[in-house]
Structures are given as structure tokens and as C-alpha cells.
Ligand binder design. Structure first.
Ligand code: OGA
Ligand code: ZN
Length: 409
């Protein structure tokens, strides 16, 4: 699936790529699905439109849902699947109820499958974890995903918030109480605080003898936070308590969109940035953290998985001269795009605004400000990426179950 660069306008009514796809898949599965044996080692899932999935017998055997195969309460497998017969064959398949198929395997085991469950899994892209797919954006994104914060949102509202976050990589909440530590309460709505040597939360304001350049008044170029940690914090929240300065605009850029553009326009530079291990380092009196990562990290399917970029903290190892020439050129090409107006957006965070963003996809920064104009004080914290995704799946499951109850009532 190749990502498209889409300059999105507004969040209302967004159709979340993956969610919509799965809903329509399930609807299609309910219309017509068949399972037929194509040979002793092949079961074929056939849809009404003629599309087919060929199911390996062991792939299906591992998915048996009966009490002999699975602990029904935990949904965890009771048998080690490596002990299944490597030559396992299929003996018979019969439809026992609409959409339900009973399969007999050559090891004597029999199990029932709902065709729509098989389809939902068969149709998942290999690197998909069944969440709304990112919709890439650039500097033309004008209607920002601004959401009214409510401490007790309805499930439908929470689902809308999560979909905006998962597709765009960020949301801005307005009306968050201007009370210190509230960032932790907002974080708790979505996940678990990732505590670090900065504490459960950190104060971003200009201070003398700052331990990080974020705690000064200088501009911060687009960066991902804490690339020197293992693992890198997945999501960052920044809550504005006071901003009395005219500068200090927040900046965001979709690193996946920039990486995608680089891949198209400068494939060699892209390859260098995906294959050069860069060392990132943070040092203060009590801490010394280092981690290595390529600026553009790919997953095993070749899709962009994460961006690791912080011009204040990156140190490339001493490679041979030509390799370093190529690396420095590639970094420059990437960085100029990250900083250029074609890709980035900027906005003022006012007291009561909170921006939550994916720290592995988006790069953030700020323009400089003049501390003599007044105070600027943000509180930030991190959470891991998995919990909001889990929450989205749980809410979607509940919504589907409720729809099923309504249909059968
Ligand atoms: C940070 C940071 C942005 C800001 O603290 O990591 O990037 O708006 N701050 O001050
Ligand atoms: Zn930062």
C-alpha cells in the first residue's frame, strides 16, 4: 500500500482508511463468503466478487478456536504449533451455518471457523496492526484537528479523537484546565505515563542554567524527542499553561510525508538515511544516555516505521570519507525539506491548549521567543504508542458488538 500525501481539511466525517476498509470487508463477508478445498494442502476463501485467499493448512490449524486448541478465557494457544504435522492436509470442509465452516484436518482435529473472521485477518496487510492508517499531510493542511477537551468523553467522542490522532499523527485539545499537572490526567485518558529522568512530567520554560535547549528561549528546529532512549517515547503531550510572548509558535511536520517525498525525489539519499546508524546522546550531571538508529527507520516490509531526527543530538560514526559525504548530503536534503514551508505547519499554543503527537512520525519544534515579553510555560509528558491503539480497537469492538445486538433485536 503506497501512502498518499493528502492535505486534509477538518476532521469531521473523516473516513479512516483502515477502519472503513475493515467495516466494508466485514459487510462484504456477511454478504457472501465460501470456503472450498482447492487440494489437500489448500483451502480457498472465496468472496462473492471472485477475489480469493489461499489458506495454508498450518496457518488455519494455528487459528483453531475450540477448547482443545485454545484457553477460551485468555484466548491463548494451548499447543505449541511447531509440533503440528508439517505435512498437515485438509480432509473436508462443510458449511454448518451461514458463514460458519467445519474443517477436518489430517491429524484428526476438527474445528469451526467463521469465514468473516478469517477474511478480516487474511486481508490485513503484513505490516498492519489493524488501526486507521496514517494519512500523510503537508504544509497545505489548514484546518487543524482542534478538539474540545472533555475529561469524561463519550465512547463515540473518544473514538473520533483517536481516529484523528491515528490518521494525522496529532490532535490539539482546547479548553484543558490551566492547572499544573493536568497533562498527566489527559495522558491517562489515552495510556500510561512513561516516566524518564526528567520525571513523570517536564516543565518547558526558559530557565537560567537549562539542562536542555528546550528549556531556553531559542528556536527549536523540527526534531523527534529523546532519540537517545531505548525505546524512544512513542507519544508526546505538551500542555500550555501560560504564553505571554508573541513568538514561541509551535511547529509540526509529518516526517512520514517528508520521507515519502524524499524516497520519490532522492532515492539514494533516502536509502542512505534508512541504513546509517546514527548515535544520539544526552548527557547531564546524573544521566548519560545513548542509542543508535537510522534517521528513517523501515519495517521489514520496507515501509517507513519511525523517524529519529534531532540536529542537536546526532553523531554519525566515523565512516570512510565518501560514505560520510553521501550521508551529510542526504541529511541536508532531508532537513531542508523538514524545515521548509512546503511540509510544516505552525500555530500558537495558548493557555489551555494541549497538543498530543506521535513522536515516531511527526517532528516538532518552536520558533524563538523573547522572554522579556512575558512568561511561556508548557508542561509535557510521554506515553507509549500501544495504549491508544489498543483503546481504539476496544472501542471499535464495542461499537460493532452494540451494532450486532441492535441488528439481532
Ligand atoms: C521540547 C520541545 C517545544 C516548545 O520540550 O521537547 O520541543 O514548544 N518544546 O517549547
Ligand atoms: Zn522536543
Amino acid at each position: 500500500m503506497s501512502p498518499r500525501v493528502v492535505a486534509r481539511r477538518g476532521v469531521g466525517g473523516v473516513d479512516t482508511a483502515r477502519g472503513a476498509t475493515l467495516d466494508s470487508l466485514v459487510a462484504a463477508a456477511q454478504r457472501a463468503l465460501g470456503l472450498k478445498i482447492g487440494g489437500p494442502a489448500e483451502l480457498t476463501l472465496v468472496q462473492a466478487d471472485g477475489s480469493q485467499w489461499s489458506l495454508h493448512p498450518l496457518w488455519l490449524r494455528e487459528r483453531c478456536q475450540d477448547a482443545a486448541s485454545l484457553d477460551v478465557r485468555t484466548q491463548q494457544r494451548l499447543q505449541d504449533p511447531s509440533d503440528f504435522d508439517p505435512e498437515l492436509r485438509l480432509l473436508a470442509v462443510a458449511q454448518t451455518a451461514p458463514g460458519v465452516f467445519r474443517v477436518s484436518f489430517s491429524d484428526g482435529h476438527e474445528a469451526s471457523f467463521r469465514a468473516e473472521d478469517i477474511l478480516a485477518e487474511a486481508a490485513l496487510a503484513p505490516n498492519s496492526h489493524d488501526c486507521p492508517a496514517p494519512q500523510l499531510w503537508d504544509g497545505a493542511l489548514t484546518d487543524l484537528p482542534r478538539l474540545r477537551w472533555r475529561a469524561q468523553p463519550s465512547e463515540a467522542e473518544l473514538l473520533t479523537w483517536l481516529e484523528a490522532f491515528l490518521t494525522l499523527g496529532f490532535v490539539i485539545f482546547e479548553g484543558v484546565p490551566v492547572v499544573p499537572d493536568t497533562v498527566l490526567k489527559v495522558a491517562a485518558r489515552f495510556g500510561f505515563t512513561r516516566e524518564t529522568n526528567f520525571g513523570a512530567l517536564f516543565d518547558v520554560r526558559s530557565t537560567p542554567a537549562a539542562t536542555d535547549l528546550a528549556y531556553t528561549a531559542i528556536a527549536l528546529d523540527p526534531h523527534t524527542d529523546n532519540p537517545y532512549r531505548a525505546p524512544v517515547p512513542g507519544i508526546q503531550l505538551l500542555h500550555c499553561l501560560v504564553n505571554q510572548t508573541r513568538g514561541g509558535l509551535s511547529t509540526l511536520v509529518d516526517g512520514f510525508a517528508v520521507a515519502h517525498a524524499l524516497r520519490q525525489q532522492e532515492p539514494q539519499a533516502f536509502d542512505i538515511l534508512t541504513s546509517t546508524p546514527v548515535r544520539f546522546r544526552y548527557v547531564d550531571a546524573d544521566t548519560e544516555l545513548t542509542a543508535s538508529a537510522p534517521p528513517i527507520e523501515l519495517d521489514v516490509t520496507g515501509a517507513v516505521k519511525a523517524i529519529h531526527f534531532s540536529p542537536r543530538l546526532d553523531f554519525v560514526p566515523l565512516f570512510p570519507r565518501e560514505q560520510l559525504d553521501a550521508y551529510f548530503r542526504a541529511r541536508r536534503l532531508f532537513d531542508h525539506r523538514l524545515r521548509g514551508p512546503a511540509f510544516g505547519i505552525r500555530f500558537l499554543l495558548e493557555a489551555g491548549d494541549l497538543v498530543m503527537f506521535d513522536n515516531c512520525r511527526l517532528l516538532h519544534g518552536r520558533t524563538g521567543f523573547d522572554p522579556s515579553e512575558g512568561l511561556r510555560h508548557l508542561q509535557g509528558c510521554y506515553i507509549d504508542s500501544d495504549a491508544p491503539r489498543s483503546l481504539w480497537r476496544v472501542l471499535r469492538r464495542r461499537r460493532r458488538q452494540a451494532a450486532q445486538v441492535r441488528r439481532s433485536a
